[in-house]
Design a protein around this ligand. Structure first.
Ligand code: PLP
Length: 410
């Protein structure tokens, strides 16, 4: 008899997005007057920029010729892309990250989900709350999260991020071994100041904990703000942190798939014999066994993002999403809602009025205006009483949504 992995049984699973989709479907069947507009999706809507498309075409041509055809590539990624990442994302900011520290993958989702395999099952894991659900579910699937009580996992350490602490997580009472931080944050759209991030790096150094820093939305930080783009801007982080980044939102690669993880060789974890083991060696071992590399043509497309013209084009797209973010935030504030995010991130986190629950707000927005947001409660217990809006819609949909919001009665 084949038994299923018992740790899957307790998963709350895809409840959030499945529940949203079911409610939207029911609404569409009942009310056909207004087409539904989603400000809930975390997917991009603008196409790939011309420089990326042209790099893809050239790479396809190379693959069509025997002389330039490529089969399996290096599991860690082609040197041309790792060099480009190290130069543009790190050395240009004075950060000493080398190409050897960089692992190219086909998405940050897999990286942040797979990395937990490298840690003992007894490791204590801390997550911010609300949280990108992948960190939680991947640890729950491995059996590291304990039992689910309908709201939270017994063995995870939750770091509430709410209006009360200005969305900056406090150090927990129980010291974790692994800490997931995501900044700019999904879902709240908030950022960590240099001081706050320094505090977390120092904390990790004091306790020999590891920080998994998810910087998937780094490109949305305003150039003139003093918000760190990388955790490796913080002295000492190269001993206690790894960083995940993605081309998904930066360059519209959600359907193309390319990301990278940075693990400096100075980051160690404790091996079974009590001696330090380099985390990058464990990840290298894991990737070379379970991953066969990201497609050559996709890596050439990602490389093109770093060309002068590529950067100009993606920045124009990012600016247009951030224009949406500004407008959405202003529209919500004009309804009297308190909002966070939308300045250095494509997400706006709004507090529901009159203590209304997240789902009740969602229902009203859908019922009255055929607009979709994401109920904050779906991202963790501290998300109750908030909803998330995203700036990734088209200009036209965002404009139309803002017009409809004006008529809301909340
Ligand atoms: N990390 C965060 C915080 C995200 O919001 C997302 C996608 O929404 C990802 C990672 C996944 O990115 P990718 O498309 O590279 O898998």
């Amino acid at each position: 008899m084949i038994r299923s992995n018992e740790h899957y049984a307790g998963l709350s699973g895809s409840y959030l997005f499945a529940a949203v989709a079911a409610k939207v479907q029911a609404h569409k069947e009942k009310s056909r007057a207004l087409p539904v507009i989603s400000l809930g999706i975390g997917d991009v809507t603008q196409p790939l920029v011309p420089t990326v498309v042209s790099a893809l075409h050239s790479a396809v041509e190379e693959m069509a010729q025997a002389s330039s055809f490529r089969g399996y590539g290096p599991e860690q990624g082609y040197a041309f892309l790792r060099e480009a990442v190290a130069a543009h994302d790190y050395r240009s900011r004075g950060i000493d990250i080398r190409a050897e520290d960089i692992f190219i993958s086909d998405g940050s989702k897999c990286d942040v989900a797979n990395i937990q395999e490298l840690f003992s099952l007894s490791s204590r894991v801390a997550v911010t709350d609300p949280v990108y659900p992948v960190y939680v579910d991947s640890n729950a699937m491995a059996g590291r999260a304990g039992t689910w009580n309908g709201q939270r996992w017994s063995d995870l350490i939750y770091l509430p991020c709410t209006e009360e602490n200005a969305f900056v997580p406090d150090f927990p009472a129980v010291v974790p071994d692994v800490i997931y931080l995501c900044y700019p944050n999904n879902p709240t759209g908030t950022v960590l100041s240099r001081d706050a991030l320094t505090g977390w790096v120092d904390y990790a150094r004091r306790h020999h904990a590891l920080i998994i820093y998810d910087a998937a939305y780094e490109a949305f930080i305003h150039e003139d703000s003093d918000i760190p783009h990388s955790i490796f801007e913080i002295p000492g982080a190269e001993e206690v942190a790894m960083e995940c980044r993605s081309f998904s939102k930066t360059a519209g690669f959600t359907g193309l798939r390319c990301a990278f993880t940075v693990i400096p060789s100075s980051v160690t974890v404790t091996g079974p014999d009590g001696n330090p083991v380099r985390l990058r060696d464990l990840w290298q071992r894991r990737q070379s066994t379970k991953f066969n590399g990201c497609a050559y043509i996709v890596q050439r497309a990602a490389e093109a993002v770093y060309s002068q013209q590529g950067l100009r084009e993606i920045h124009a797209v990012i600016r247009s999403y951030m224009k949406n973010a500004n407008r959405i935030r202003a529209g919500l504030e004009s309804l009297g809602l308190s909002c966070w995010g939308g300045v250095d991130a494509p997400y706006i986190w709004a507090k529901t009025p009159h203590g209304m629950g997240s789902w009740e707000f969602f229902d009203r927005l859908l019922g009255q205006a055929s607009l979709v947001c994401t109920p904050g409660a779906g991202f963790g217990p501290s998300g109750e009483g908030y909803v998330r809006f995203t700036a990734f819609g088209t200009d036209a949909d965002t404009e139309e949504a803002l017009g409809r919001m004006k008529g809301l009665s909340l």
